[in-house]
Ligand binder design. Structure first.
Ligand code: PEP
Ligand code: MG
Length: 776
C-alpha cells in the first residue's frame, strides 16, 4: 500500500510516515477534529527510486566534497533532476489519485507537505526541506509529491547530512496530503504557559489562514486564560492583513482586512471555550503541554498541528531558550514580556573546534560555512550563498555580496565600522577587528563564526539552519508592544534595511545615515554630478530617503545630512580630488564640510525640500558634527535659502563633540527641536580613542563617567529649554545605557534593528521602577 490514511496511523508509525504524519495520525486517532487526509509513506518513496533504478545513481551523485560549492550545486541539481524526471509507475499514480479523490469528493484543495523520517538526526527537519504546498488540486498533486521527495536533495540538506556524517541512503521521506481548511480565523494555542508550564493557556488569533500568524505577517489578538478559574486577559491587535485562498486561482493571497474587522475581536467566548476544551484534551492525550495550530471555519474548530512545547524551563520561571527548529514563536503572556523566542539564527551544536581568530562580536548569530578571503581587487562574484566573507574591511560596493554571505569577518574596524553597521542591519552575523583573519584563515576553510562572543572556530559546529528570513526574525511575535513614555526608535544606514527596521515596531527612525546611499554610488558626489548632473544626484537622495520614509510613514524619520570622512570618499571614483588628510576623523566631514561648500550642501537641502513637497512631513533634518550655535545658525540660514521653513519642519543637531555638549544651550536658543547623542563620536572625542582602531578598542567606553556626565548635563539643559533629546549612537542598544538615559529623562532612544525589542523592555522596566519609586 502506497498510502496510509490518517485514521490508520499512530505515533508508532514514525518510520513509515515521518514526524508530521505520525502526529496528525495520533490526533485523528484520539478523536480530535483533524482535517481528513493520507500519507504517501516513506516506503513508497523508497520503492519509487529503487524500482526506477535511480537509487544508486542518486546516492552516488550526492557523494561529493560539500566544501566545493560548485560540486555541491551540481550534485543537488543532478539528484533533484533524477527524481523530478522519473515518471510515476501507473499503479502508484492511480493509488495516490484515487486516495485524493476520496478526500473532499475529489474536488478538495489539499496541502502537500514533506514529513522526514530520520529519527536519529539531531534535527530531522534538515533531512528534508520541510516543503509545503498549499491549495493543491488533482492536476498538480503528483508533481508536488515528487517535489517533496526532491527536497531531500537540496544543497543545504546534502551539506548538512554530509557534515554530520549521515548516510544519504538512510534518510527517507513521507508526504502528507491533507484537505485544506479555508479558515475564517486561525492561530496558535499554547495549552500551558510556554516558559513556566503553569496552567495558563495562551491563544493567538487572526483572520484568515494561519500562515499569517505563524509567519508573523500579522499581529494577532492575544488571549491569556487562567485554566483554574477561566479568567481571561484579552489584547485586541490591529490586524491589517489576512491570508486567504483566491477563488479564481486557488492560490493563497495576502489581502487587507476590511476596516471594520481590523480591531474587532477574532474569537468569541464560546470559541475560546471550545479551543480550551480541545487544548486540554490534546495535552491530556500526550501527557505534556502542547503548541497547537488551529483553524475555525463555519463554526467548526480544526486542529492542524500539535507539538510538545520545548521551551518550558523546569527549574525557574524564566523564559528558557528555544531549542531548535520546532521551537515556538515568541508569545506574550499579557505582561508584554516575551515568554519564548524562536531560534532565529542557526542553532548551536556542541562545539569542540579550536579558536582560530577572535575579534569584536558585532552582529549576533552563529553560523558555519566556507571562508571566502576577499581582497580589494577580488571579484565579489566569488562570494557564494552561505559563504563567510573574510576581508580587511568591507566597502559599500560589497553590500550585495554581504547579503548573500552567511557571515562576515574583518581584520579591521570597531563596533561602529561599516562592516559592523551594515551586517547588523542585514541580520548577518559578523566579527570585526580580528587584526589577522585574512592571513590566518584559508580560502574555502570551513569555520564557525560566533557573532556574539567574537570568536571563529575551526570546522562546522553549527548546522545550516532553515532559511532564516531577516524581516521575520525581528518582527515582534506578540501584539503587545511595551508601551513606553520614552520613545524607542531604530537606526537605519542602508535603505535595503528599511522593511526590516520597520518590522521591529519601532516608533520611528532616530538616525538615517545618508552616506551609505552616497558611497554606494561608487563615485564621490562631485564625480557623480559631473557625469550625471545635479538632478540625478538629488534624485538618488530623494529615492533613498523615500524608501525609508514610506516604510515608516507617519512615524518620524530623522535624516542626517552627509557625514563621510575623506578617507572613505577617497576610495570612490573621483576620490583622488579629495584632500589626503592626516586624521580624517578630525577632518573635513559633517557640518563643517557642508558649511564650507554650501553649493554642494544645497543639493541635499533640495532633496529635503522635494520630499516635503511630496508630502513626506515625517522627515526630520539632523546636522552632524556641529560644535556650537554658530554652526547651527549657519545651517539654518542655508535651509531657509533652500526653501525649507525651519519653523515648520522638525530639525536638530547631533551631540558628538564635547564642544557641542557644552554649547547646547546656545543651540537650543538657535531653534533646534532636538539634540541627538552620537555616542560613537562623542566617546572617541571625549576619551581620545579612535573608534575604528582595534588596538584601543578595549578603551572605547561609552559608559565612561566623563561621557555620561556630558550626556546627563545636555539632557538637563534641553529639558529646561523644551528641546527633545535622543541617542542614535551604538550605545543606545546597550541596556545599561538605556537605564542611565531613562533615569536622566531622555525623550527617545534609537537602537539597532536587532536590539529594538530588548531596549523596549528595558525602557519599560526602568519607567515602571521610576513610577514605583515615586509612590513609595
Ligand atoms: C555617532 O557618532 O554616534 C553616530 C551615530 O554617527 P556615526 O556613527 O555615523 O558617526
Ligand atoms: Mg558620528
Amino acid at each position: 500500500m502506497a498510502v496510509l490514511w490518517l485514521d490508520e496511523i499512530s505515533a508508532g508509525d514514525l518510520e513509515k510516515v515521518g514526524g508530521k504524519g505520525a502526529s496528525l495520525g495520533e490526533l485523528t486517532g484520539a478523536g480530535l477534529p483533524v482535517p481528513p487526509g493520507f500519507v504517501v509513506t516513506a516506503g513508497t518513496y523508497r520503492s519509487f527510486i529503487e524500482e526506477a533504478e535511480i537509487d544508486e545513481e542518486l546516492f552516488a551523485a550526492v557523494d561529493v566534497d560539500v566544501d566545493d560549492s560548485a560540486a555541491l550545486a551540481d550534485a543537488a541539481d543532478r539528484a533533484q533532476e533524477l527524481i523530478l524526471e522519473t515518471p510515476f509507475p501507473d499503479d502508484l499514480r492511480e493509488e495516490i489519485v484515487a486516495s485524493y479523490r476520496e478526500v473532499g469528493d475529489g474536488e478538495a484543495f489539499v496541502a502537500v507537505r514533506s514529513s522526514a523520517t530520520a529519527e536519529d538526526l539531531p534535527d530531522a527537519s534538515f533531512a528534508g526541506q520541510q516543503e509545503t504546498f498549499l491549495n493543491v488540486t488533482e492536476e498538480n498533486l503528483l508533481d508536488r509529491v515528487r517535489e517533496c521527495w526532491a527536497s531531500l536533495f537540496t544543497q543545504r540538506a546534502i551539506y548538512y547530512r554530509q557534515e554530520q556524517g549521515f548516510d544519504h541512503s538512510a534518510v527517507n521521506i513521507a508526504v502528507v496530503v491533507q484537505q485544506m481548511v479555508d479558515a475564517e480565523k486561525s492561530g496558535v494555542m499554547f495549552t500551558s504557559h510556554p516558559s513556566t508550564g503553569d496552567p495558563t493557556m495562551i491563544i493567538e488569533a487572526a483572520w484568515g489562514l494561519g500562515e499569517a500568524v505563524v509567519s508573523g505577517a500579522v499581529s494577532p489578538d492575544n488571549y491569556v486564560i487562567d485554566r483554574k478559574d477561566r479568567s481571561m486577559d484579552i489584547t485586541i491587535a490591529e490586524k491589517k492583513v489576512m491570508h486567504e485562498k483566491d477563488e479564481a486561482t486557488g492560490q493563497t493571497v495576502e489581502r487587507e482586512v476590511p476596516e471594520d474587522k481590523r480591531t474587532q475581536r477574532v474569537v468569541s467566548d464560546d470559541e475560546i471555550d471550545e479551543l480550551m476544551g480541545l487544548g486540554e484534551r490534546v495535552e491530556d492525550h500526550y501527557g505534556e503541554p502542547q503548541d497547537v495550530e488551529w483553524a475555525i471555519v463555519d463554526g467548526e474548530v480544526y486542529m492542524l498541528q500539535s507539538r510538545p512545547i520545548t521551551t518550558i524551563d523546569e527549574d525557574s520561571g524564566d523564559a528558557a531558550e528555544a531549542t531548535g527548529a520546532d521551537a515556538s514563536k515568541g508569545l506574550t503572556d499579557g505582561s508584554g514580556v516575551q515568554t519564548a523566542e524562536s531560534g532565529g539564527g542557526a542553532s548551536d551544536a556542541s562545539s569542540s573546534g579550536d579558536v582560530l581568530v577572535d575579534g569584536l562580536g558585532s552582529s549576533p548569530g552563529t553560523v558555519s560555512g566556507p571562508a571566502r578571503i576577499v581582497t580589494k581587487l577580488d571579484d565579489l562574484a566569488k562570494v557564494g550563498e552561505g559563504d563567510i566573507i573574510v576581508t580587511e574591511m568591507t566597502m559599500p560596493d560589497m553590500v550585495p555580496a554581504m547579503k548573500r554571505a552567511s557571515g562576515i569577518i574583518t581584520d579591521e574596524g570597531g563596533m561602529t565600522s561599516h562592516a559592523a553597521i551594515v551586517s547588523r542591519e542585514l541580520g548577518v552575523p559578523a566579527i570585526v577587528g580580528t587584526t589577522n583573519a585574512t592571513t590566518v584563515l584559508e580560502d574555502g576553510q570551513v569555520v564557525t563564526l560566533d557573532g556574539e562572543k567574537g570568536s571563529v572556530l575551526e570546522g562546522a559546529t553549527v548546522e545550516p539552519d532553515e532559511e532564516t528570513e531577516p524581516v521575520e526574525e525581528v518582527r515582534p511575535q506578540s501584539p503587545v508592544k511595551p508601551m513606553t513614555a520614552t520613545e524607542v526608535k531604530v537606526n537605519v544606514s542602508i535603505p535595503e534595511a528599511a522593511e526590516r527596521a520597520a518590522a521591529t515596531g519601532a516608533d520611528g527612525v532616530g538616525l538615517l545615515r545618508t552616506e551609505h546611499m552616497i558611497l554606494s554610488l561608487n563615485q564621490t558626489p562631485a564625480k557623480y554630478i559631473e557625469e550625471n548632473g545635479e538632478d540625478a544626484y538629488i534624485s538618488e537622495l530623494v529615492q533613498g530617503v523615500r524608501t525609508v520614509a514610506d516604510e515608516f510613514y507617519p512615524r518620524p524619520v530623522r535624516v542626517r545630512t552627509l557625514d563621510a570622512p575623506t578617507d572613505e570618499f577617497r576610495q570612490l571614483e573621483g576620490g583622488d580630488d579629495e584632500p589626503d588628510e592626516h586624521n580624517p576623523m578630525l577632518g573635513y566631514r559633517g557640518i563643517r564640510r557642508s558649511l564650507d561648500r554650501p553649493d554642494v550642501f544645497a543639493h541635499e537641502l533640495e532633496a529635503f525640500r522635494r520630499l516635503y513637497e511630496m508630502g513626506y512631513d515625517n522627515v526630520e533634518i539632523m546636522l552632524p558634527l556641529v560644535n556650537d550655535a554658530e554652526d547651527v545658525l549657519q545651517a539654518k540660514e542655508l535651509m531657509k535659502e533652500a526653501g525649507i521653513d525651519p519653523e515648520k519642519r522638525r530639525w536638530g543637531a547631533m551631540i558628538e563633540t564635547p564642544a557641542s555638549a557644552l554649547s547646547v544651550e546656545g543651540m537650543a536658543e538657535a531653534g533646534i527641536d532636538f539634540a541627538s547623542f552620537g555616542t560613537n563620536d562623542l566617546t572617541q572625542y571625549t576619551l581620545a580613542v579612535d573608534r575604528n582602531n582595534e588596538n584601543v578598542a578595549d578603551r572605547f567606553d561609552e559608559l565612561h563617567p566623563a561621557v555620561l556626565r556630558l550626556i546627563g548635563d545636555v539632557i538637563e539643559t534641553c529639558r529646561e529649554h523644551d528641546v527633545d533629546t535622543s541617542i542614535c549612537g551604538q550605545a543606545g542598544s546597550k541596556p545599561e545605557m538605556a537605564r542611565f538615559l531613562v533615569n536622566e529623562g531622555i525623550s527617545s532612544i534609537s537602537a539597532n534593528i536587532d536590539a529594538v525589542r530588548d531596549v523596549q523592555h528595558e525602557v519599560k522596566r526602568v519607567e515602571q521602577k521610576l513610577l514605583l519609586d515615586s509612590v513609595r
